[in-house]
Structure formats: C-alpha cells, structure tokens
Ligand binder design. Structure first.
Ligand SMILES: [Zn+2]
Length: 290
C-alpha cells in the first residue's frame, strides 16, 4: 500500500511537467507549419488598424520628388510611376523637363553682362560660312542635339546649315547697335535683341539656313522643304521654333523660322503639340507645378 501510494504521488508530481511538455510540442508543431501566423493574422491586422499605422501604399519619398520637380505634362495621370521610372532609367531624361535648358530670356528678362553659359562647344555640323569661332558654339547638350537633328534631316535629303549660335553680351551689343544705325531703334527692336536680352547669349539658340534661301536668315525659309522639315521635326531633338508665325504679339519678335532654341525633349514635345511659346509653357507647366 505504502509503495503504491508513493508511486501515485510521484505520478501526480510529474503531471504538470507532462502537460507543459505537451503544450510545448503542440505550439512548436503549429509554429513549424505557420498555423500560428494564420490564426493570429486577424488579431494583428486589427491591432494595426486600431493604431492607425500607415500601409506601404504611399511611399513618402515619391511625394517629395513630385513636390520638388514638375510632373511630366504628357502623362499627368501617373506621376508616381513616372518618377520611379526616371530613377531606374536615367538613359531617358527627356521624360522630365530639364530646368537647366528652360532659362527664359526675352524683352523683359535679361542675362547679366558677364553671364557665360557652361560647356560651350562647337557642334560637328555644316556651317554656312567660316568665320569667327565664337558664334559657332552651343552648350554641349544643345550641340549634340543639333548634330542629331542635322543627321536625321540629311537622311531625308534635307541639307541644313548652321549660321550663328552663341553670342556674348559684347557681340550682341555691337549687332544691336548696327541694326539701330541702319534701320532705327523701333525696327531694330523687332528683329534684334538688346544686349543681355538675346537668347543667343544662353548658348541654347542656333540660327540655321539652307541653300534654297541663299544661306540667309529669311522668313521664306519657313516655306522651303528644309524649313518645313525643321518645323515638323525639331521638337524630336529638343528644339523649338522660338518665334513662331502668328505669335508676334506674344513673343515681341517677327516670325523667325530659322531661330532654333534648345529646351530639352520633354518641353519641346509639349510646346510643339500644344502650340505654345516658351513663356506660356514655363508659366503653365513649370511655375504652376512649383
Ligand atoms: Zn537667332
């Protein structure tokens, strides 16, 4: 009797340990099979909702990018995707307007007398005349784009000639003064810029011509096959006709089918498609997005 009672007492002593062991084994088995996560999932999601934790749907970094940089006008519906693509695909910067090339110079806004654009280089294109090297220069990006434009034109038997690109403040001063002497100030202001007010000082503008107009800068260039090709295709290379026909009141300049201004592909595309002048584009797409 005594010994059997002792055995029972010993069993009872071990019972809690057995129970703990069973629970431990059961829980281990559930964890191993991911049952526990599934069982507790509703509890966790309820706790997150109650705590108001943000989900991962909105990446705050993307919002910062949109706030600092203007969205691309052609696809305003998906700006987030847009900025992601640009980060992972830097080889397509034309998706976003390039602010460096949207510098605005007009009759109201002038460049400083000592402003000299960066990266001036002479594009490898045909020029209508040899002569002073200064006016052959463009900013590097514009120079490369001009080379591509001229090459694409030539593939369609359109032979273009560059005439005049970068002009320093000093050179523009002498050009303008010569126009005033020859034609009077009122007319000079319609066809030439006062010093500091010329786009040619930005290194982003190039006057071009063709043999069909005697290599000059003439309005009828716009009616030639060369001028029409340029009007229809320049935007593909980031250029615009800066002083279009019918916009003289807005630009303050006579129609200049020969004056190309580099603004980058994204801006040029929108300006072309929406028939804008640079001032309108900057106001509607750049300033409005700031
Ligand atoms: Zn010009």
């Amino acid at each position: 009797m005594k010994t059997r009672k002792k055995q029972q007492q010993q069993k009872a002593k071990f019972a809690p340990f057995l129970l703990l062991l069973l629970i431990f084994l059961a829980v281990s088995f559930m964890v191993k099979n991911n049952w526990l996560d599934e069982l507790l999932a509703p509890v966790f999601s309820f706790m997150e909702a109650a705590a108001g934790e943000p989900t991962n749907e909105q990446n705050p970094n993307e919002q910062d990018i949109d706030a600092e940089e203007p969205t691309t006008p052609e696809t305003p519906a998906a700006p987030d995707q847009e900025s992601e693509e640009n980060e992972s695909q830097p080889q397509e910067p034309e998706e976003e307007p390039e602010l460096d090339y949207l510098i605005l110079v007009n009759k109201e806004i002038a460049l400083a007398e000592d402003y000299v654009p960066p990266n001036l280089t002479i594009p490898s294109v045909r020029f209508s005349q040899e002569g002073r090297a200064e006016i052959k220069h463009l900013q590097a990006a514009a120079a490369q784009a001009l080379e591509e434009l001229f090459a694409a034109a030539e593939e369609e038997d359109i032979i273009l000639y560059a005439v005049s690109g970068y002009r320093s403040y000093a050179l523009q001063k002498s050009v303008y003064n010569r126009h005033v002497q020859n034609s009077g100030q009122a007319y000079a202001d319609r066809i030439s810029a006062r010093p500091g007010h010329s786009e040619h000082q930005t290194g982003l503008a190039m006057d071009i011509t063709s043999k069909s107009v005697g290599f000059g800068l003439k309005t009828k260039f716009g009616e030639t096959p060369e001028g029409q090709w340029v009007a229809e295709n320049a935007h593909r290379f980031g250029f615009i006709i800066r002083y279009p026909e019918g916009k003289e009141d807005l630009t303050g300049y006579n129609y200049e089918p020969w004056h190309l201004r580099y603004v980058g592909k994204a801006a040029a595309q929108t300006i072309f498609e929406q028939d804008l002048i640079l001032e309108e584009y900057i106001r509607e797409y750049i300033d409005a997005a700031r």
